[in-house]
Design a protein around this ligand. Structure first.
Ligand code: PMP
Length: 428
């Protein structure tokens, strides 16, 4: 009989032969923690189960989409129903229109939108539209923010995706020359960069979730908003993580800042791939057939993913205490983490906002930008990751990701996790 470890390890070996790098997304291969994480067989509620039958409390939550918990019955039923009537039409259908209307009501900046399948498409399309609208070439973005894997988003992005701005990473100098990469939480740097009035768009995560959790400092977002308005730069909020997670109206509602365009994805499909970009009516009018910007997708707005998104929004809207309960759970987790760190004699700051919890293995104040976030100790995180896994806690396999709490997590899940943290953080 094979040992418990072996099925996952064997499968990963098989994967390596036929899937480049052994995984469909590099972080999943576990390089940052020294070896591959378990191969997952299934997931229910707040738990994932690996191919060796070991069950874990899940805080990876698929890097964000799993806000309701895995295989939520309302989403599962909606998907099954939709599949019976055809998975994809390549034509407009009523539920797609109703979903756009619903989103515009919840997130009023989205006057008009386009559905796509992934956050990557949403972000690259938003930038293309912004360029057409402003007739300017340069894109500004912030180090440590992630906007998908298109050429001009991926280099010098920080986070788990960091790639060099070189041909070795597949990035041409023409692409590099069209992009300004500025530090996060530095409004003056943005004001200076936009002064020349040559920047088409600034794309940013209003709450940064790809270098751990880094919150915008007081007044930062409003200064960014003003700088963009002054210089005629299109402000794009990438709310692929924060959309429907920090509230029904996203970070823009929470901080009362209206971007010109916004991108949403991840949570929206209740686990299925659907995303969108949208915003000001005049900017979105640049899209063909009204304007000259082509953008489209075979699976864009398909009825199955749209049905999942309706089911997801139904659950959120029917439950007045939804966000409060998630916040309570996340605060309990953050509080427990603070206590466990303090018991272990570690002075690491814990950051929590809504259902996101993070601490980096780095002493001092909470990181305010990528330079600080990157100082976190990856080796120490790797040791912690494996100890937590052995205690039945499924964490992201990289120091740059954060913990997501879902509505399926229970107080008991949190308390078991905090207990595991006490052991995981104790110096051996
Ligand atoms: N934007 C942000 C803020 C993200 O976190 C991600 C995914 N991690 C993306 C865009 C890209 O989304 P996708 O992986 O669906 O292409």
């Amino acid at each position: 009989m094979k040992s418990v470890q072996t099925r996952s390890a064997d499968l990963f070996q098989r994967a390596r032969a036929v899937i480049a790098g052994g995984a469909d997304s590099p972080v999943r291969a576990g390089g940052a923690v020294g070896s591959p994480p378990p191969v997952i067989a299934c997931a229910h509620g707040s738990h994932v189960i690996d191919v060796d039958g070991r069950e874990y409390i899940d805080y990876l939550c698929a890097y964000g989409p799993v806000l309701l918990g895995h295989s939520h019955p309302a989403v599962t039923a909606a998907v099954a129903r939709a599949l019976e009537d055809g998975a994809v039409f390549g034509a407009t259908h009523p539920e797609e229109i109703r979903l756009a209307e619903r989103i515009a009501t919840l997130m009023p900046s989205m006057e008009r939108l386009r559905f796509v399948s992934t956050g990557t498409e949403a972000c690259l399309s938003a930038v293309r539209v912004a360029r057409a609208f402003t007739r300017r070439e340069t894109l500004a973005r912030l180090r440590g923010n992630y906007h998908g894997h298109s050429d001009e988003m991926i280099f010098s992005a920080g986070a788990s995706s960091d790639s060099a701005p070189t041909l070795a990473s597949g990035i041409t100098s023409a692409v590099v020359n069209g992009v300004l990469v500025l530090p996060y939480n530095d409004a003056s740097a943005i004001e200076r960069a936009l002064e020349s009035e040559t920047v088409a768009a600034l794309i940013m995560e209003p709450i940064a979730g790809n270098m751990g959790l880094v919150l915008p400092e007081d007044g930062y977002l409003s200064r960014v908003r003003e700088a963009c308005a002054r210089s005629g730069t299109v402000l794009i909020f990438d709310e692929v993580i924060t959309g429907f997670r920090v509230g029904l109206g996203g970070a823009q509602e929470r901080y009362r800042i209206r971007p010109d365009l916004a991108c949403i994805g991840k949570t929206l499909g209740g686990g299925l791939p659907i995303a969108a970009f949208g915003g000001r009516r005049d900017i979105m009018a640049c899209l063909a057939p009204e304007g000259s910007v082509f953008q489209g997708g075979t699976f864009a707005g398909n009825p199955v993913c749209v049905a999942a998104a309706h089911a997801f929004l139904d659950v959120l809207e029917a439950d007045a205490g939804f966000y409060e309960r998630l916040d309570m759970l996340a605060r309990r987790l953050a509080g427990g983490a603070r206590e466990a760190l303090s018991n272990a004699g570690l002075q690491y700051p814990v950051v929590q906002l809504a259902s996101m919890v993070d601490f980096s293995f780095r002493a001092g104040a909470a990181p305010r930008d990528y330079a600080q976030a990157a100082q976190a100790d990856g080796d120490e995180y790797a040791r912690y990751y494996w100890k937590m896994l052995a205690s039945g806690i499924f964490l992201p396999p990289s120091k740059m990701e954060l913990m997501f709490v879902s509505a399926a997590h229970t107080v008991e899940d949190i308390d078991v996790t905090v207990d595991a943290m006490r052991h995981g953080l104790a110096r051996a």
